[in-house]
Ligand binder design. Structure first.
Ligand code: MG
Ligand code: MG
Length: 255
């Protein structure tokens, strides 16, 4: 079921989105060699608490093992890990890339955003992956206009990524967001122009290209949360929550 939001409801998500953006900005400042993802998780926990917000990820049910709800405030995925990484005490190293996926629930409304950060100086391939994935996010957002279809949005992601020689993830999707973290519609990272559901004013969607340098096959790590590339090659993930308006897409997860 697709839930269209009113301007008042979008304003609520905008407030949550600002909290998310502020949290990711604090994390960006803290990312450096020697810092652990658990320390970054603590920064997020403190900032959400300061605003009276909670994490929609903490305690999220595990579809592989019901006894293992998500233990982190944020998801932290390093290098070949692409999504749903569990924060841990391992220090980040110079040259790593780390994706922090952060959500906030404030007064019942959720916003969701992710960014892949460079840890110190990264090599040219890692930097190119970050640049391509960020570009893919903004091209994906630009396609989220009234009258376009979900296939147009998906193709925007896929075409940018594949033109750069990389692959998009096949088994994870962009999603509606609002009162719940994952709502309809689901939008794949790949698709065909002109296909799928027509986009309407008032849809709020977390658009999230996930990009792999190598093959698009992924694997689940033994913690039963972290998803990594099956060939061990680098991955990146950028996400914004947007609203579809008469004036085009509006990014809600910004300061
Ligand atoms: Mg997210
Ligand atoms: Mg998301």
């Amino acid at each position: 079921m697709i839930i269209v939001k009113s301007p008042r409801e979008i304003e609520k998500i905008r407030v949550s989105g600002r909290i998310v953006a502020e949290t990711l900005a604090l994390i960006k400042e803290a990312v450096q060699p020697g810092v652990s993802t658990l320390e970054l998780d603590t920064i997020a926990a403190k900032n959400l608490k300061k605003h009276g917000a909670t994490s929609p990820f903490l305690g999220y049910p595990n579809s592989h093992n019901r006894k293992k709800p998500f233990p982190g405030v944020v998801c932290a995925s390093v290098n070949d890990e692409i999504v749903h990484g569990v924060p841990n005490k391992r220090p980040l190293k110079e040259g790593d890339i780390v994706t922090i996926d952060c959500g906030a629930k404030y007064q019942g409304w959720i916003a969701d955003s992710a960014w892949t950060f460079a840890v110190g100086n990264v090599d040219a391939e890692a930097q190119r992956l970050l640049d391509v994935t960020e570009d893919a996010l903004y091209k994906t957002i630009a396609a989220a206009i009234i009258g376009n279809r979900t296939g147009d949005v998906a193709w925007a992601t896929q075409s940018v990524v594949e033109a750069a020689g990389y692959n998009v993830i096949r088994d994870h999707v962009s999603h509606g967001v609002g009162r719940n973290l994952h709502e309809d519609p689901q939008i794949l990272n790949y698709g065909r122009p002109g296909r799928g559901l027509k986009l309407r004013k008032g849809l709020t969607i977390a658009l999230e290209p996930m990009v792999l340098v190598g093959d698009y096959e992924t694997m689940l790590l033994p913690d039963e949360w972290t998803v990594a590339s099956s060939d061990g090659k680098l991955t990146a993930h950028f996400e914004h929550t947007i609203a579809i308006t008469e004036n085009g897409p509006e990014i809600l997860t910004k300061l």
